[in-house]
Design a protein around this ligand. Structure first.
Ligand code: MRU
Length: 348
């Protein structure tokens, strides 16, 4: 997608120089900065510190960490150890384990002397697959928006192109429908504590799509006032029976949508569906540092990055919540749009 009119992916390979390039999201929307590295530790750290964030691109970054980490030792033992280390970087988004395990599994089928070459090709294949899947989500979801003439769309967190290699998940249908001349305005939840909503605003601004930033608690009132036609969010993990784990606050939006008879859709690639996750409570919700609540990044009046700090109050910072399937109108994947309870007929 575009930044100041120029096309970017969030992450890409420089095979000639054995490097990975990525956009540093920890600095956005204040500063647009690109990093490069040849070291797998840097990519693991980028996942932990959310320089790279969003379930699909966390997965791709994990796979690229494996690629860089195996360059000196491509033995099965090293591949398995590295995979374990990478998967631990962030626990909730299943895309990380999916991408790392699939890369590791495929590499181990290849004789050791050809493994590195294979891994570069496979990594590029994963990148292209992510781009295509998310584009297809846009095609299906964009048609849904156009067919129902949805104009005012509410979204939570950032499930835009920054959360993927390109196109995004929840924002992909919005980009696609807008390209096809649908009249669109997006209500963007701020998404405390990390304010990923600012990333969504930044993306929409770059694509010249009308949007309005709102505080997380405004959605219910807007729905009651009939100012929201549909809610579309992303996902970090989806159970096979259609329960959705996504950024904290998603569940409250789904409850408000149900109470106001507003359709609530989840958009995610198939790699977000966890066929081992069968009910809504048995998986790992990441608790992040309470600094994220007690300190806020922003620009001061001189446009310098600065941190505003609250007192050292007690705090608790779960990063995700779970929306039960009965609150969800449909799940948009690259394969189509499914009722949550029918997901298992396609994916089990
Ligand atoms: O903590 P983050 O920013 O990595 O959270 C993940 C997400 O971006 C969201 O939960 C998003 O809605 C799903 S990922 C496209």
């Amino acid at each position: 997608m575009r930044v100041a009119g120029q096309n970017y992916q969030t992450i890409w390979l420089d095979r000639e120089n054995s490097k990975v390039f990525f956009i540093d999201q920890a600095l956005l929307p204040f500063e647009f900065s690109i990093r490069s590295t040849s070291h797998h530790e840097d990519l693991i750290n980028a996942i932990k510190t959310m320089q790279v964030r969003g379930a699909p691109v966390i997965g791709i970054t994990g796979a690229l960490a494996l690629l860089l980490g195996m360059s000196l030792d491509s033995s099965d033992v090293n591949l398995n150890n590295l995979s374990q280390e990478i998967i631990k970087a962030r626990p909730t988004a299943v895309n990380l384990a999916w991408a790392v395990n699939s890369m590791n599994g495929e590499i181990q089928k290849i004789p050791q002397e050809r493994r590195l070459d294979f891994a570069w090709n496979y990594a590029e294949k994963l990148i292209q697959n992510d781009i295509q899947c998310n584009h297809q989500i846009g095609v299906h979801g964009g048609q849904l928006i156009i067919d129902n003439n949805y104009n005012n769309i509410l979204t939570h967190c950032n499930a835009g192109w920054l959360a993927t290699v390109d196109h995004g998940t929840a924002l992909s249908p919005i980009f696609e429908a807008f390209k096809n001349n649908q009249n669109i305005h997006v209500w963007v939840d701020e998404t405390r504590p990390r304010n990923q909503g600012l990333l969504t605003c930044w993306e929409l601004m770059n694509e010249k799509i009308p949007y309005t930033l709102i505080v997380d608690n405004a959605g219910g009132l807007l729905m009651m006032e009939k100012k929201v036609d549909v809610v579309i969010v992303g996902a970090d993990r989806i159970s096979i029976n259609g329960h959705v784990c996504n950024k904290i606050g998603t569940y409250l939006k789904a409850l408000a949508a149900k109470a106001n008879n507003i359709p609530f859709y989840v958009a995610a690639p198939s790699s977000t569906i966890d066929i081992n996750f069968k009910d809504e409570i048995n998986f790992d919700i990441e608790n992040r540092t309470t600094d994220e609540i007690l300190k806020i990044n922003g620009l001061d009046e001189n446009k310098q990055l600065s941190i505003i700090s609250f007192s050292e109050f007690n705090a608790h910072n779960p990063a995700f919540d779970i929306t039960p399937n009965h609150l969800i109108s449909g799940i948009i994947t690259e394969k189509g749009i499914f009722k949550p309870e029918t997901l298992k007929t396609v994916y089990a």
